[in-house]
Design a protein around this ligand. Structure first.
Ligand code: M6R
Length: 591
């Protein structure tokens, strides 16, 4: 939700151009508008360029300079206009502010500031930050004015301020991510919402914690504790990512690259977390309740987890994190809450995890992005380490999380090594299956679906969460209305939606529910539906079959990947941007 990027001591002297390139890598965090501010080499007057719309092919003619700050916006307060694009300046135009989050108490500040004569030029909550700092600067040094202002803001926020007099960037974090990159060789410093923005310059990073601030100028970088306003030691870490992880690597879109990466990422996940999984198994055996939570795709992963746990002989509960609070009081010391999140920054998931923790529950995170807020608040982290997931819609993180939950449940049933073997075999089989022939078949099906208004997806048992994720991928990536139903639910009402040639995907596995699902397929067919089977077997009920590998409980992996690929090619065919679907942001850091 909004991307922040800054450079200090840009060695090319074209800091605005460096920031523009970095912002393009962060666009998945929001693409309603973008903006850059620079302190020019030969002037103290800040220069700003900002526009509504995607950053796409944008160029900038901002003057030379060594320090610049930029932003890509996912609009919350104020419409998508040039004026509401960040950065926002104070009345004197001495400082520029960009922001990720929501200032919940901005209206009270705005009224006071207007009374004091401040002039506002946008409808955003962010602009109050610039004017508040301007007020405080009258009595104290800029750095402390920024600290004090930031501490007065309620909500989850991250800000970065460019001060022209200090020639410094001051950034503060509370709930929204900020990471700094240090390029020691070239004496350059970077600041971003996420690592891909600066990864080509350095892998030496520091993820800010909540309640911390950094001040970066040409002499170096200082870390502060916001509570005490005292400097503290900054200990960097070196990331072992590869540069290709943050690039498209020959694929036309990150989404397609990330779908194909699943051939490796699922198996890689299986080799991680041995010790941590043992810890979680013990927690589960010592407790009496398991709760799984997540939002969107992660919530479908949680739901699949519930089926996996049941197959391991253990009962569990699932909530969408955003609907968890009414039930949070049932969590206590005997509860193990498993929070699933790609980003580890989803506000609803964080609130649910914090609440459960307050009630005494043990909290486990199954996350992909490293250094996240979720990671810091939980008892055990099960990282899935698929590398940066840059496409807005989640694919490889989801399947790695699913594999992690499968392994956890197999360990609960004392079947850790068979679980590992099955995941490794799954990976090999997927690699062979995901070939040109499959892609050509999917593209032909996509061609026949381009002008449809609705498609339906059914599944039973593990294929029910799989169907839900399958439908979400199609909706998100191509804007085609796809609705998932539990196969057994059709006859209770939804079958009214089926007419002649209505496309119906039937997800199935060779399991105990096969015949029931085929009966549901027959019911759809009898109403004229066009039945596209996604399964490891043929059936007279299917008009067409997309054959997936037969892997027992793990058959759902192939079934889901079909949905990811259909979503991608439908997106292309229907003129959507598969990497950046409209209205969405990669991490939803607001409630
Ligand atoms: O980062 P998280 O996994 O917590 O994000 C949760 C959802 O916002 C996310 O899965 C969303 O549904 C994506 N658009 C899925 O493709």
């Amino acid at each position: 939700m909004c991307g922040i990027f800054a450079v200090v001591n840009d060695k090319t002297n074209y800091a605005a151009q460096t920031v523009l390139a970095g912002l393009k890598k962060l666009e998945y965090r929001g693409y309603d508008s973008w903006g850059i501010v620079i302190k020019p080499l030969k002037s103290d007057t800040l220069r700003v360029k900002k526009h509504a719309g995607k950053i796409g092919q944008a160029k900038t003619s901002l003057p030379q300079g060594t320090i610049a700050l930029g932003h890509t916006r996912w609009a919350t307060h104020g419409g998508v206009t040039d004026e509401n694009a960040h950065p926002h300046l104070d009345c004197q135009k001495q400082l520029a502010v960009i922001h990720n989050g929501i200032v919940e108490n901005y209206l009270e500040f705005k009224e006071e500031l207007i009374k004091k004569g401040h002039k506002f030029s946008s409808e955003t909550d962010t602009e109050v930050i610039a004017h508040l700092i301007e007020e405080k600067i009258k009595n104290k040094p800029t750095t402390h004015a920024v600290f004090e202002t930031f501490k007065a803001l309620s909500g989850s926020n991250a800000i970065a301020v460019l001060d022209t007099k200090l020639e410094a960037i001051i950034a503060c974090r509370n709930g929204s991510p900020i990471v700094v990159g240090i390029d020691k060789k070239n004496h350059q410093y970077f600041l971003g919402s996420d690592v891909p923005a600066f990864f080509k310059y350095t892998n030496c990073v520091y993820f800010l914690n909540d309640g911390e601030s950094v001040v970066i100028n040409k002499h170096g970088i200082k870390l502060f504790d916001l509570k005490t306003e005292k400097e503290k030691r900054l200990i960097t870490q070196t990331l072992d990512w590869k540069l290709e992880d943050a690039e498209k690597g020959g694929f036309s879109h990150f989404l397609l690259k990330e779908i194909h990466e699943q051939k490796e990422t699922i198996a890689k996940t299986a080799g991680l977390n041995g010790k941590e999984i043992k810890k979680v198994v013990k927690m589960i055996k010592d407790g009496n309740k398991i709760v799984l939570i997540g939002c969107g795709t992660a919530s479908y992963c949680a739901l699949a987890g519930k089926y996996f746990f049941s197959r391991a002989g253990v009962e569990s509960q699932v909530y969408q994190a955003n609907e968890f609070l009414p039930f949070s009081h049932f969590c206590d010391k005997q509860t193990v809450l498993i929070a699933i999140s790609q980003s580890g920054e989803t506000a609803d998931t964080l609130i649910a995890a914090q609440t459960a923790k307050k009630n005494g529950a043990k909290v486990v995170a199954v996350v992909n992005a490293r250094g996240s807020t979720l990671e810091r608040l939980v008892d055990v982290v099960l990282p899935v380490d698929t590398g940066p997931e840059i496409a807005v819609v989640s694919t490889k993180a989801f399947t790695a999380q699913l594999a992690t939950l499968y392994l956890l449940t197999m360990s609960v049933a004392n079947k850790n090594s068979p679980g590992q073997k099955k995941i490794n075999q799954l990976s090999k089989v997927l690699t062979q299956w995901l070939d040109v022939q499959l892609i050509n078949q999917l593209i032909n099906i996509v061609k026949s679906l381009i002008d449809e208004e609705h498609v339906y997806v059914i599944g039973k048992n593990l294929n029910y969460p799989a169907a839900s994720e399958f439908a979400l991928k199609i909706k998100e990536t191509s804007y085609l209305h796809a609705e998932a139903f539990a196969a057994g639910e059709l006859k209770h009402g939804v079958i009214t939606l089926i007419q002649k040639n209505t496309p119906c995907f039937v997800l199935a596995s060779n399991d105990e529910t096969k015949n029931e699902v085929l009966s549901s397929a027959a019911e759809l067919k009898a109403r004229g539906g066009r039945i596209i089977g996604v399964a490891p077997f043929t059936s007279p009920e299917f008009d067409e079959l997309i054959k997936t590998p037969d892997l027992g409980d793990l058959t759902i992996f192939g079934n889901i990947i079909v949905g990811q690929l259909l979503g991608y090619y439908l997106g292309i065919g229907r003129g959507a941007d598969p990497d950046k679907p409209r209205n969405l942001a990669k991490s939803v850091t607001v409630k």
